[in-house]
Design a protein around this ligand. Sequence first.
Ligand SMILES: C[S@@+](CC[C@H](N)C(=O)[O-])C[C@H]1O[C@@H](n2cnc3c(N)ncnc32)[C@H](O)[C@@H]1O
Length: 335
Amino acid sequence: MTNLTTVASDVLLAGLRAAGEETRLRILALLGAGDLTVSDLTEILGQSQPRISRHLKLLHEAELVERYREGTYVFYALARQGRTARLGSSILALLSPDDAQVERDRARLADVRAARDHAAHNYFRSVAADWDRIRQLHIADGEVETAIRTTLGPDKIGSHLDIGTGTGRLLELLAPQTQHAVGVDLSFDMLAVARANLEQAGHLHVQLRPGDVYALPFDRDTFDVVTIHQVLHYLEEPGRAIAEAARVLAPGGRLLIVDFAPHELEFLRADHAHRRLGFSTEQMAQWLAEIGIHALETLELPTRGDGAGELIVTLWLARTEKKIARNGRKLGVAA
Ligand SMILES: C[S@@+](CC[C@H](N)C(=O)[O-])C[C@H]1O[C@@H](n2cnc3c(N)ncnc32)[C@H](O)[C@@H]1O
């Protein structure tokens, strides 16, 4: 017996033909490592933009890749649904990760991402001292902070991790109700400001550590509450960062993501190092579902209404499964 979805031979042939070409196979392999734009692929593969666009068009027509628009950028991703979505993943599963060409393309992808990370890192170095003011340019802290407090509730939090903590604002906000808290950030300049802020506020139970969102310096199942506040839109792979956050979350723990809803303020990419122009609830739900956790609550905060910008901040709250004990009772942390 099989539960495989089958397709008609003409659909399968169209899919195989589309994948059966060197550059298109390389594109599929690259998309296996995350969503990319035409210009990313042009840079990595060293081919002209019209050629890459033509290959992507064929892959899209054969339903092997899907695309979505974000401002002036169009991102391409491996198809997750559709008639030939499984064909793409099956082909990639057969492709050796040690293949010389795949390795070269992955290395080039890493270089392109590193160059962008470097630009974002320089941005945070230059704005660290002024970040608390810049954060409020498009949305007032007060409303967001009230919503965060309400969403998490007033109960004591055993352990809190704030990922991409910047100047430590969220650590400060939750400090009165946390027993132990840690903020992680890649930028030493941001961490220096956070340290000064937390010392000044007298929050001695709060620690700061350098660390990368993709490789957090903690064991799995460590924290009762994990927050990611206005960080994901700077990242190349937000879904991977969410999966890493979920890894360190204790059974029954809560993950609170705060970020912008989809918007069109393209200048934020150039002037403020944003990589993504916000996230839809569908996109967030998909990333969470991929790692087996489900959003509990979504809260959209309105814009400031003073013409400062068209930005809507959204809060997404999710909870990991509690561990099931042998007697069937659910175990977990109370946060
Ligand atoms: C927009 S700031 C937000 C800071 C803080 N959460 C807030 O809302 O004020 C984004 C922060 O993410 C940090 N960041 C960016 N990429 C990171 C990475 N790969 N690992 C850890 N931190 C990162 C930056 O250094 C920066 O401090």
